[in-house]
Design a binder for this molecule. Structure first.
Ligand code: SAH
Length: 349
């Protein structure tokens, strides 16, 4: 973020913190609402543009606070129209976000950590290891800045935490960021049902997430037996499939909603028809829908994508058992922006 060291980035602060600072400086608390509207609704970065705030207050704010943006290092556009943003953070680390055009809206896929500690065997982000959590401001700014950059009448309405990192491993910053992102009067105004948090299965945080946000839950299941899942996703040794699915069963779902189960299809690893049948059985007690993600290859990874025919047969078994099953045709493969391909490659310090 571009801010000098002594100034505090206002995007890090809650409304309560801003109010208490204002009161300490004998300024009316309602100014906090005005400031937040300038930042999030009108996308202002400068206090001297905040025309409804008294002229003598503006320089005082400017002395103490910054309204920072992420530094856009690069933007790549795919043949299919999706755009990958590479951001350089203040400590020279890099993260990526992917803007995906759908029929009548954009979906933005954002990161929650620099790198990832989960070490899932098929995911490129894992190969760089874990570096650090993103701050609340760094999470919110991916959305605020890309919204600001978007010169299009088609709205950016959907958000998925499916970029780099395990969102539930950065819990407090995630929840604080979602609060701003879904605040309709003083924040970015996304509907809770249009925000999806995807997890590798950090069971210890699922109940918290259901209590603290109105976001959708997506769970990367990726296997139907513990031996296979242990191999693919080390987190399964701590939270095996039974524990994960029990926590999903208890997850509070607002009316009509379902939990999305993501399932990366890996040739001859988890793509058998027994797997499809087992998956159907496992998910039976849960209000579930299924997203099949054919493996996106990346260099140095041993796995392969199953044939188109096999993918469709896997899907059909689940459809015949009355599941809603999407095959996620990952966008942006030509620019390494597809699922499991985000690593800010070549930009590691
Ligand atoms: N850590 C979170 C957020 C990342 S989401 C999670 O695990 O859910 C990224 C999604 O892409 C996950 O469902 C993951 O299983 C999937 N994925 C990772 N690598 C992939 C690859 N190479 N091909 C296809 N999907 C992949």
């Amino acid at each position: 973020m571009k801010s000098s060291n002594k100034k505090i980035n206002l995007l890090e602060l809650s409304k309560e913190r801003i109010v208490s600072w204002l009161e300490d400086h004998q300024i009316e608390p309602y100014r906090a609402d005005q400031i937040l509207k300038w930042i999030y609704l009108r996308q202002t970065d400068r206090f001297d543009r905040m025309s409804d705030i008294a002229k003598d207050i503006r320089p005082l704010l400017d002395d103490h606070f910054a309204i920072s943006r992420l530094q856009i290092e690069n933007i790549e556009t795919s043949k299919d129209g999706s755009r990958k943003y590479l951001f350089k953070l203040e400590d020279e680390k890099f993260i990526e976000s992917v803007l995906i055009p759908e029929r009548d809206h954009y979906t933005l896929c954002i990161s929650s950590q620099v790198g990832c500690a989960q070490n899932c065997r098929f995911c490129l982000t894992a190969s760089g290891g874990f570096q650090r959590n993103l701050t609340k401001a760094e999470i919110v700014s991916q959305v605020r800045d890309i919204k600001n950059d978007l010169q299009d009448s088609m709205p950016l309405s959907n958000l998925v935490f499916m970029g780099m990192g395990e969102p539930l491993a950065n819990y407090q910053n995630l929840v604080d960021a979602i609060a701003v992102i879904t605040d309709s009067s003083l924040g970015l105004g996304f509907a809770g049902r249009r925000v999806t948090v995807s997890t590798a299965g950090l069971v210890s945080r699922l109940a918290d997430l259901g209590r603290d946000t109105r976001a959708n839950l997506a769970v990367s299941l990726n296997a139907t037996d513990n031996a296979t899942r242990n191999r693919l996703m080390p987190i399964n040794r701590k939270f095996p499939i039974e524990k994960l699915l029990k926590a999903c069963q208890q997850f509070p779902l607002p009316g009509g909603r379902r939990i999305t189960f993501e399932y990366v299809l890996l040739k001859e690893v988890n793509d058998s028809f027994e797997d499809a049948n087992r998956l159907a059985k496992l998910l039976r007690p849960i209000k579930a829908k299924i997203n099949l993600i054919p493996f996106n290859p990346h260099e140095g990874c041993q796995y392969q994508r199953p044939s188109e025919d096999r993918i469709l047969r896997f899907q059909k078994i689940l459809i015949d058992k009355n599941y809603t099953v999407m095959i996620r045709q990952s966008k942006g493969q030509d620019i390494s922006a597809a699922c499991g391909q985000l690593a800010a490659c070549g930009h590691r310090p």
